[in-house]
Design a protein around this ligand. Structure first.
Ligand code: PLP
Length: 383
């Protein structure tokens, strides 16, 4: 039955509201914002108020903020190329390409390298940008059970031979649960079945591995394609794909989110180069963040919360339903603590949660404020 767009949007929004699923983000103001425990700025670089020297003076000129046109027209600068070459070196790869976001990087890459007649095996908990890239590729997609190499092996066994290219794709650190992909097992399966391996290192780059070089480096696995998120530990924005020079040349030919989008402004590669040096020497911050996450997880568990923690900076207090999750988030906000509620479809139904991320820039007092606020909420909840 034909409907009016405006009436139908209204109806749909009301339905989301009734399910406590409506998203209405807080508009943060630097001077009044509560202590933020839900950013992905793991090393605290993004929250730093330190003045940055970008040219001979500290001012940013307008041309540094303008991408001008796409990289393939006139937006390609020597600084972009320099940053890509340094990112590739850091990741022990031949080359890299910078996209305007991690989302654009995953979407553009998956749809550029796989198509009809190919098969993608994707972990059930992969990030939305991977899911959407798989869909856009038109390849046959097999969703294997989360972190379950046995299930992947069965699928490869029964379907791999009917397709041309095959790609296994996984997050390195899963964004919502903070658990790690079994990369060694995945690599072995890829080698056995002539499949390529793509690893999204959005939450692992800067945090795990030697000098923050990611989970692949930590476990000694060579992935064919890696996505390095630049909006998290780097404290910037964007995403880089690193891999072979053939791969990067092909992205330049076929990745539509790279080709048909204005280039990232030159100020981004300038800061990528600076931040790379900071990341390499941030071992104390990495250790600090991991130790803090462990401490918070222990404290909240001892208060009686259902806490998920897998030894990464991400931890979640599972509350189950949407209403309790959003009430708790508001109660914490009222106590000066910002922990956003995460609901379906971002996480599976029945696992709505408060996802907590300590960063290297939090003070000890701020960590105490977080655990005390949770303790007060617990008291109120069980009374
Ligand atoms: C695992 C993962 N991949 C990709 C992205 C997308 O990156 P971006 O925010 O830069 O678009 C995110 C988060 O946003 C993520 O968590």
């Amino acid at each position: 039955m034909p409907v009016s767009l405006q009436d139908d949007l209204h109806r749909e929004l009301n339905a989301l509201g009734e399910q406590n699923s409506l998203r209405t983000p807080h508009a943060l103001q630097a001077d009044t914002a509560p202590i933020n425990f839900c950013s992905n700025d793991y090393l605290g670089f993004g929250a730093s108020t330190q003045a940055l020297q970008t040219t001979a003076t500290t001012t940013t000129t307008r041309d540094q903020l303008s991408g001008q046109s796409s990289r393939l027209v006139s937006g390609n600068t020597a600084t972009h190329r320099h940053a890509e070459s340094e990112l590739a070196k850091f990741a022990n790869a031949q080359d890299a390409r910078i996209f305007s976001s991690g989302y654009a990087a995953n979407l553009g890459t998956l749809s550029a390298i796989c198509t009809e007649g190919d098969v993608i095996y994707s972990d059930a908990h992969n990030h939305a940008s991977i899911i959407d890239g798989c869909r856009l590729s038109k390849a046959h997609v097999e969703i294997y059970r989360h972190n379950n190499p046995g299930n992947l092996a069965q699928r490869l066994q029964s379907t791999r031979s009917t397709f041309r290219r095959a790609l296994v794709v996984t997050d390195a650190v899963f964004s919502m649960d903070g658990d790690l992909a079994p990369l060694k097992e995945l690599r072995t399966l890829c080698d056995t079945h002539n499949a390529a391996l793509m690893v999204d290192e959005a939450h692992s780059i800067g945090v795990l591995g030697p000098n923050g070089s990611g989970l692949c480096a930590q476990v000694g696995v060579q992935a064919d394609i890696r996505m390095l998120g630049l909006g998290k530990s780097f404290g910037l924005w964007g995403g880089a794909i690193v891999g072979s020079s053939h791969l990067c040349s092909m992205l330049e030919q076929k990745a539509r989110s790279y080709i048909y989008s204005t280039a990232t402004p030159p100020i981004l590669p300038t800061h990528i180069l600076r931040t790379l040096e900071q990341i390499k020497t941030a071992n104390p911050q990495r250790a600090h963040v991991l130790e803090r996450a462990g401490h918070i997880a222990q404290t909240l568990k001892s208060q009686g919360w259902n806490v998920l923690h897998h030894g990464t900076p991400i931890l979640s207090v599972i509350l189950g339903d949407n209403a309790t999750t959003m009430e708790m988030s508001q109660a914490l906000w009222n106590k000066g603590i910002f922990v956003q509620g995460i609901r379906p479809p971002t996480v599976p139904k029945g696992t709505s949660r408060l996802r907590i991320v300590p960063t290297a820039s939090h003070t000890d007092d701020e960590i105490r404020a977080l655990t005390s606020a949770f303790a007060a909420c617990r008291k109120a909840l069980v009374q």
